[in-house]
Write a new protein. Structure first.
Ligand code: ZN
Ligand code: ZN
Length: 178
């Protein structure tokens, strides 16, 4: 009995491969992105294309899957909050075992002739996403006083006395009065 659904686009049937150690198969497949693929600041929208380019090799212990996934990531600049969109390509490699072994704890298992790509692809993409995406490396961000975009107005400034200096000048006045 298999718990994986062979119709799931993230599930691969490796029947023709798994039984013959040393054989190899290449798979090109575009699948819809699963839900919740991303971090707080950068996400792959559900249902958008995940372009997979895979190489599967039959080894004694199971099937070695290596390849790349290309996705469109959306997010916002951590400094100026502008919306961002970029293409990200990540590489991954994972050994799917026929049987759980004592020394290979944590590796995914083949489910009969099926293997589930989703956890591996998901981890590779999520780990590759930036924690603080920027629209450009030197984005000046927003004015801390009024929130204006400094990139639009490089000479931006306010005629306000810095509160630290205001406190200091008050202190000096007090000293003189003593
Ligand atoms: Zn920015
Ligand atoms: Zn301002």
């Amino acid at each position: 009995m298999s718990s994986l659904d062979p119709r799931d686009p993230m599930v691969l049937d490796v029947r023709d491969l798994a039984r013959r150690a040393g054989s190899m198969m290449e798979v090109e497949r575009t699948v819809p992105a699963p839900a919740d693929l991303g971090s707080g600041v950068a996400v792959v929208q559900r249902g958008t294309d995940v372009v997979l380019s895979l190489r599967l090799e039959s080894v004694v212990e199971g099937v070695l899957v290596s390849g790349t996934a290309s996705v469109i990531v959306t997010g916002e600049c951590a400094r100026c909050l502008d919306p961002l969109e970029w293409e990200q390509r990540v590489a991954f490699s994972e050994l799917y075992l026929h049987e759980p072994g004592p020394e290979e704890e944590g590796l995914p298992l083949l489910d009969g002739d099926l293997l589930d790509l989703e956890p591996v692809v998901r981890d590779a993409i999520v780990l590759s996403l930036p924690l603080a995406p920027l629209c450009r490396a030197d984005c000046p961000g927003l004015c801390v006083q009024c929130g204006a975009r400094l990139a639009d107005d490089p000479s931006h400034g306010h005629d306000l006395i810095d509160p630290r200096w205001a406190a200091l000048s008050g202190y000096e006045t007090t000293q003189k009065e003593d």
